[in-house]
Design a protein around this ligand. Sequence first.
Ligand code: SF4
Length: 78
Amino acid sequence: MNKIKNIIIGWFKYLFKPQSKLAKERLNICRQCPYLEVVLGQETCSLCGCVLEAKAEVEDEICYDGRWDNIKNVNENE
Ligand code: SF4
């Protein structure tokens, strides 16, 4: 159930809010990551299948490869 909630929150923020500082930092890491792939024009994580611009907006989402672990969870837009 949390996964569905996170998907809805992530897509809402991605589509209707300015990109958060947290998402920017996460996406900078994803864009150096070998697990990133572009599917139908969307940057997607091949480990979890998520669209990254939506996933990165959800504070309690994690990177399954631990690559986001050192980012401070400070979000200036919230
Ligand atoms: S969420 Fe993690 S594993 Fe997936 S693309 Fe981003 S850094 Fe890579």
